[in-house]
Design a binder for this molecule. Structure first.
Ligand code: ATR
Length: 281
């Protein structure tokens, strides 16, 4: 190991992660001497991999699929937002202590409100999915005071459970896709894993109106199936999750290094970096 402080991203698989590129760009921009690398952990060996990284001098790490819930359990202390999310995407190592944080919600909010200049107060929001990705962004979305937030999920009971869990944060209802008939929304966020398999959540027509923003937390080359559907349905604006990816990384960088990088040049660099592999979180 060189004299740069060591960071990285744990996942499985991890080969296609853009995080090393993003953090290298942040480090160069901010003049921070860090070394950030992809860290492949065996599916049954996340805790051991973290321990080995810490023993080797690791100062912090991001965590991606499928280890965010395990990272939540591994942390010895949690931030309030990680507690609410029930998942951890950012770890800070300090001796024996492991702080678990979650920057995904903040990343989505910054992308929506700053990069896309889309204020959320008073909006009708539809959140698709009721897994970890949806849970991680619910509290910050509700804290932005939308008119209503509706969660739709293939397994309707999961959406209802999530709405119940977050009822203290605002007006939130959950149900199945069939319950969306006849309703339209200002903002529709896809937090399902459907795009990963090239699939489309079973959305009824009519959920988009002419002024709607369609936001897919996934990204890839060209439109995801969700964004292609939204385009056909006449949504006014489309956005993929690349901005959220860079924003959650910037927030993690701030947690570790105390400085918030300028994200715009890094988003632009990734947009211009040409075709690459699979769509990913
Ligand atoms: P994550 O942590 O990525 O959210 P997860 O907890 O496995 O992963 O949740 C995946 C989400 O995507 C769930 O809401 C899932 O719906 P179910 O709860 O009904 O399984 C949703 N999902 C996955 N594939 C989907 C598809 N083809 N169409 C609609 N929803 C899908």
């Amino acid at each position: 190991m060189n004299d740069r402080q060591a960071y990285g991203v744990f996942g499985n698989p991890i080969g296609h992660s853009k995080s090393p590129l993003i953090h290298a760009a942040f480090a160069a921009q901010c003049g921070q001497a860090i070394d950030y690398r992809p860290l492949l952990a065996p599916l049954d060996g996340f805790a051991d991999s973290v321990a080995a990284f810490v023993a080797g001098g690791g100062r912090g790490a991001n965590v991606t699929v499928p280890f965010k819930e395990e990272a939540y359990r591994l942390a010895t202390r949690l931030t309030a937002r990680a507690e609410r999310a029930g998942a951890v995407n950012t770890l800070v190592f300090d001796g024996q202590a492991i702080l678990g944080d979650n920057t995904d919600g903040a990343g989505l909010l910054r992308d929506l409100t700053l990069n896309l200049t889309y204020p959320l107060a008073g909006r009708r929001i539809l959140l698709l999915g009721a897994g970890g990705a949806a849970r991680g962004v619910l509290a910050p979305l509700l804290d932005a005071a939308p008119d209503v937030l509706t969660i739709a999920n293939r397994t309707a009971t999961r959406a209802r459970g999530l709405a119940h869990d977050f009822a203290a944060h605002g007006t939130v209802v959950g149900g199945g896709y069939d319950e969306l008939a006849g309703q339209s929304f200002d903002l529709v966020i896809n937090a399902t894993a459907a795009s990963l398999g090239g699939e489309l959540p079973p959305l009824p027509g009519g959920v988009f109106h002419a002024g709607s923003l369609a936001y897919d937390m996934m990204y890839g080359q060209g439109d995801t199936p969700f964004l292609a559907f939204a385009r056909r349905q006449g949504a006014a604006r489309l956005a993929d999750g690349l901005g959220m990816l860079v924003e959650q990384a910037a927030e993690a960088f701030r947690v570790w290094r105390g400085v918030h990088p300028d994200t715009a040049p890094v988003i632009a660099m990734l947009r211009n970096s040409g075709p690459d592999g699979d769509p990913a979180r």
